[in-house]
Design a protein around this ligand. Structure first.
Ligand code: TTP
Ligand code: CA
Length: 357
C-alpha cells in the first residue's frame, strides 16, 4: 500500500523562536551564536534568520566572518532551554495528527499520516491545517514535504523554504528525484558525493540507473539503500520515539493589562487546555509552572512541585493562581502569561489515583 509520509522542518528554528518573543526583531537580520565583539569574537553562528542569510551568513560559520558579512545584524546568544521547551510544544502539536510519529531532531519530524489524512480532506489539506494551527497556536512557520517515503519527504521539505509545501505523488516520485543532485539525499556527505562524481554520477536519476553490481562493488552494503532511495523504493518505517517532557501553552495579551480578573480568566483557560492535552497523552504531572511577563520583557517563572503525581484540572488551576499571588502588587502591566506542567509520568491503567478526577 502507498504510504503518505510528512517531513516537517521548522524555518530558522532558533531565530524564529527569538523573534516570537521579541517581535521587534521581525524582518531584521538576526544571528544567534557567539558574541561577535565588533569582529574580534570567537565561536560560531548557531543559526540565523532568512534576512541574515541574504548576506551569506550560514550556520556553523565563524562569528567573525558573519560580522564581516553583516555587521548591522542583531546578534544574540542562544537560549537552548527555551528552544527545547518550544520544540516539545510543537512536537506535541504535530503528533496528534499522525498515525505514527518520529522526532528526527529538535525541529524536525516524520509523520505517517496514511490513515489520518483523509479525516482532513487529504494530504495537502492536512499540511495546510498543520501550518495554520502552528501559526495560530505557536506563531511559527515550517516547511512540509509530502511523499510516499521518508527520504523523498525529507528532500521535498527542503525544496521551498521558508513556509514551503511540496507534494510528491507516488506516480511522479522518480521524475521528481531524477534531476536533483545526488547530494540532496540525506546521508550522502562530501566523501560519498565525490566518489559518485568519480563514477560519473551527478544526479539521483543517474544513480538510479547505474548498474547495481558496480554500485555494490563500490559501496558494499550501502549500495542497497542508495539504490532504493534513488529508485523511490525506500520503505523505512517511522520509528516512534517521541518522549513528552512537558505540556505548556502561553498567551500574549492583545493589550497589556493590569486587570487581575482578566489574567485569572486567561490562566483558567490555559490551564484547561494544558489539562486536555495531559488527558489525551494519558499522563500525570508533578510540577506546575507559571510564566509571567510584564511590559519591558521582565519575565518570571515560578514552579510548584506536588508530593504526588496528579491529573487534576483543579489542581493545575489552584497551583497556578497561588503562584500569581506574589506578582499582584507589581507596578507594571502584564504582557504574557503561560502555564506548563512537567515531571510527567505515564498514567498506569489499573492504578487508583486519588488525585485523578
Ligand atoms: P536546521 O533545521 O538545520 O536550521 P534552521 O531551522 O535554523 O533553518 P532552516 O530554515 O534552514 O531549517 O537546524 C535546526 C536548529 O538546529 C537551528 O535553528 C539551530 C540548530 N543548529 C545548530 O545548533 N548547529 C548547526 O550546525 C545547525 C545546522 C543547526
Ligand atoms: Ca529547520
Amino acid at each position: 500500500m502507498t504510504r503518505v509520509i510528512f517531513h516537517v522542518d521548522f524555518d530558522a528554528f532558533y531565530a524564529s523562536v527569538e523573534i516570537r518573543s521579541n517581535p521587534s526583531y521581525r524582518g531584521m537580520p538576526l544571528i544567534i551564536g557567539a558574541d561577535p565583539k565588533d569582529g574580534s569574537g570567537r565561536g560560531v553562528v548557531v543559526t540565523c534568520s532568512y534576512e541574515a542569510r541574504k548576506f551569506g551568513v550560514r550556520s556553523a560559520q565563524p562569528i567573525s566572518l558573519a560580522y564581516k558579512l553583516c555587521p548591522n545584524a542583531i546578534y544574540i546568544r542562544p537560549n537552548f532551554q527555551l528552544y527545547d521547551e518550544v520544540s516539545g510544544d510543537v512536537m506535541g502539536l504535530l503528533k496528534k495528527f499522525a498515525g505514527k510519529f518520529e522526532q528526527a531532531s529538535i525541529d524536525e519530524a516524520y509523520m505517517d499520516v496514511t490513515e489520518t489524512c483523509s479525516r482532513y480532506g487529504g494530504p495537502v489539506e492536512l499540511a495546510h491545517r498543520i501550518k495554520s494551527e502552528l501559526q495560530e497556536i505557536e506563531r511559527l512557520t515550517c516547511s512540509i514535504g509530502i511523499a510516499p517515503n521518508k527520504s523523498i519527504a525529507k528532500i521535498a521539505s527542503d525544496m521551498k523554504k521558508p513556509d514551503g509545501l511540496t507534494y510528491v505523488d507516488v506516480k511522479h516520485a522518480k521524475e521528481f528525484l531524477a534531476p536533483l543532485p545526488a547530494s540532496k539525499i540525506s546521508g550522502i556527505g562530501k566523501k560519498t558525493e565525490q566518489r559518485l562524481n568519480e563514477l560519473g554520477i551527478k544526479t539521483i536519476g543517474e544513480l538510479a540507473v547505474y548498474p547495481t553490481s558496480k554500485l555494490y562493488e563500490e559501496f558494499g552494503k550501502n549500495a542497497v539503500w542508495l539504490w532504493a532511495i534513488a529508485n523511490a523504493e525506500e520503505k523505512v518505517e517511522i520509528q516512534e520515539n517521541y518522549v513528552i517532557k512537558s505540556i505548556g501553552t502561553e498567551r500574549t495579551f492583545e493589550e497589556d493589562t493590569d486587570s487581575w480578573e482578566m489574567v485569572e480568566t486567561e490562566l483558567r483557560t490555559l490551564g484547561g487546555s494544558v489539562h486536555e492535552r495531559l488527558l489525551a497523552e494519558k499522563m500525570l504531572f508533578k510540577t506546575v509552572t507559571l510564566k509571567i511577563r510584564f511590559v519591558g520583557f521582565e519575565t518570571y517563572t515560578r514552579s510548584k512541585t506536588l508530593r504526588f503525581p496528579s491529573s487534576s484540572k483543579e489542581c493545575i488551576i489552584d497551583e497556578i493562581l497561588n503562584l500569581t499571588t506574589e506578582f499582584k502588587s507589581h507596578a507594571k502591566k502584564v504582557r504574557l502569561i503561560g502555564v506548563r506542567v512537567s515531571s510527567l509520568e505515564k498514567r498506569q491503567a489499573k492504578r487508583i489515583d486519588e488525585f485523578a478526577e
